[in-house]
Design a protein around this ligand. Sequence first.
Ligand code: SAH
Length: 368
Amino acid sequence: MADARSPLENEIRRLIGIAGPMPIAEYMRLCLTHPQHGYYINRDPLGAGGDFVTSPEISQMFGELIGLWMAAVWRQMGSPENVRIVELGPGRGTMMHDALRAAKVVDGFREAIVLHLVEISPALRQVQERRLQELDTPTAWHDKLEDVPGGPGIIIANEFIDALPVHQAVKQSDGWHERVIDIGPDGNFVIAAAPDPLPFFATSMPRGLRNAPEGAIYEWRDDGIALELGRRVRSNGAALIIDYGHAHYGLGDTLQAVAGHSFTDPLRAPGNADLTAHVDFEALGQSAESMGARIHGPVRQRDLFLRLGIEKRAAALKAGAARNKAAEIEIAFSRLIADGARGMGELFKAIAIAAPELGALPVFEDLS
Ligand code: SAH
């Protein structure tokens, strides 16, 4: 039924009609950031009433401990009088709110900060503005990292890279073929393989995957963001990227859609569900490193927060809380650091990208 389709579905059908099947990355880009109908453009998807919950929304401890990490790195940078604190995809502004509140204890840090928020969603920009107002910190918004002015900076991103478009290729007898979205015989979207193999593709893949069996799927992202991160921090700065994904390259289809806190079919109702895919931390690190930055980690989120002192922070919060509130703090604590499918401690990881001159960074001391 044509009128049951989302406006974006009609638009994607039109584009496929004109130009032919569309790479998965292009489909994902349209689903998330189409200027009128993109998933992130008009809504606040976070929290209990939305589609998914992120770590900073689970507990204030997330932002607080990141704030202390940023302050320690700022000191290591020589406590510059002007520092750009950049956040990629700040969501509701919760992490930065908690981070800067906690970082007040470090002399001179708050006064040195100009905040730069990279956010594509007009709806979320409004939420961020309201949330961060009371901090009284000069704040500018940008569409992309390239637009943030240069200079000493600390860049933070949580669950940002997973929302950047991912390409997929499938191995066939004559090579790797890009996976594309097409319209199937029943009129619904289907995933197909482009007819021609990608030229010279195997030589750009990690060596260990080139001989993958037929049917294997390989995912990759455009390396623009990783190169830009490396370029920015290599003279005086650091970035901390937290996301879900794998520490080493691998094979497999990780594209997933989530709406109303449940998994849904990525090909249904485009624009109405969040689409994400695992972050390949190895690829991210290598690209940033190629620009002259030094890579630290990745570490599991569990280790990041244990090393930042989450146990002490949770104990202090619980000590000052009523009994039901203390139980909530305990649940949040274990969600952030627990292993396995229920927790975020293992699948989520953090990598730091920094100027080589900074040497070892807090949390990553024995890992660099
Ligand atoms: N960091 C937040 C929000 C994660 S959701 C948290 O942890 O709660 C992803 C965020 O990235 C949203 O703010 C979304 O609007 C933003 N975003 C997604 N794709 C983007 C893009 N291509 N450019 C800029 N911002 C983007």
